[in-house]
Ligand binder design. Structure first.
Ligand code: SF4
Length: 109
């Protein structure tokens, strides 16, 4: 299952994490929600493949620890989503379609 590109309509913003939004539901450690808005990563789909960290030309992503999550114990966090230049590489390389990028969404500085 891929990230829902309509998450802004279908989910509630439940918290901020290091300056970006988290879209619930969140029930740690098994359910972590979607991190980011312009650059959105569904933590519940992310398997920590790492292609997005390697390929992003402006280093938007950073690893965060997510112990005891069923898919992976680290996640690619869009920590610097405001730097995104909308190249869509991360969307293309993610093997599980956990990332959606939309410059029209909120979160752009
Ligand atoms: S769209 Fe490009 S610049 Fe933006 S986060 Fe993905 S890889 Fe980085």
């Amino acid at each position: 299952m891929a990230i829902d590109p309509e998450f802004e309509q279908n989910r509630e913003k439940v918290e901020d994490h290091d300056g970006h939004a988290v879209w619930g539901p969140v029930d740690e450690p098994e359910e972590l929600g979607i991190h980011g808005t312009h650059v959105a990563v569904d933590f519940d789909i992310c398997i920590a493949d790492g292609a997005c960290l390697e390929d992003c030309p402006v280093d938007v992503f950073e690893w965060v620890d997510t112990p005891d999550h069923p898919e992976s114990e680290i996640k690619a966090d869009p920590a610097k989503e405001e730097q995104c230049i909308d190249c869509m590489l991360c969307v293309d390389v993610c093997p599980v379609d956990a990332i959606d990028v939309d410059p029209g969404r909120a979160g752009r500085i």
